[in-house]
Ligand binder design. Sequence first.
Ligand code: GLU
Length: 312
Amino acid sequence: MTVGRFAPSPSGRIHLGNLFCCLLAWLSARQKGGKVVLRIEDLDTARCPARYAEQMMEDLRWLGLDWDEGPVCGGPDAPYFQSRRSALYQAALERLEDLGLIYPCFCTRAELHAASAPHREDGQAVYSGTCRDLSPAQRAERAAHRSPALRLKTPDRVFSFVDGHMGLYEENLARDCGDFLLRRSDGMFAYQLAVVVDDAAMGITEVVRGADLLSSTPRQLYLYQLLGLTPPAFCHIPLLLAPDGRRLSKRDADAGLDRLQGRVTAAELLGKLAQLAGFHPSGEPRSAAELLSEFDWEQVPREDIRLPGDLF
Ligand code: GLU
């Protein structure tokens, strides 16, 4: 059975890009008669106050995007808040430590910036490997002054996969990404580790998410392999951009629901999102359930989509 998921980070009011992603994840799973899991990705507790998660769930309900396992309804893999799942991440980290693939990194932000190789397309720097080969004595000396982050050694090997929507994607992890963080120096687990542990633990078979995470997938596939877990199928979808071409962010009030709710109905909004997704040309109001018969991956564009200035 297909098990899809929504995995929003509640660091602000949900915006149209997040909704677009939830809508397609929901339609894709439901159209196959599958289940939907809601997991709140609130690892960064300082940036994700509980009220945003509450608001996000209200927004999803308003749109008729329901879930079968998650906060409120519960389920076999509770808790569904990443902030309460640290023990699982810690256990995975220890498995990787036993494989000898983790090392402490003492680099400061400024050092990282100065030493990093050219930035990749997604804006992330390739880690230069400064702390990879420190001796035990050097590690002990540095640990006396600074608590380290933890990094995973990456192999000089190409990871390729066929994305269900974007097609073949590949990356040499050592060259294109470098050793990546699993835990920050303040103890916060990294998204890459948490998402793999959780998607596997929750039996997710299909991940539908924004194309900004396409380049994270090889890292995640490597973690699946090391942890002996089965990866889901991935379908990355185009991002919605502001009318001027900017990436939407949760701080970007104009694409947030604050401005729209009260002025448009859920069906009006869903009709427009489905139109942008290419499978509902008229843009007429529709409920989420009504869109199920029209949803068609083939029609969904592969390039990012600019929101029209006059959406409403
Ligand atoms: N929590 C991430 C976000 O809101 C999504 C992670 C994922 O789908 O893998 O952008």
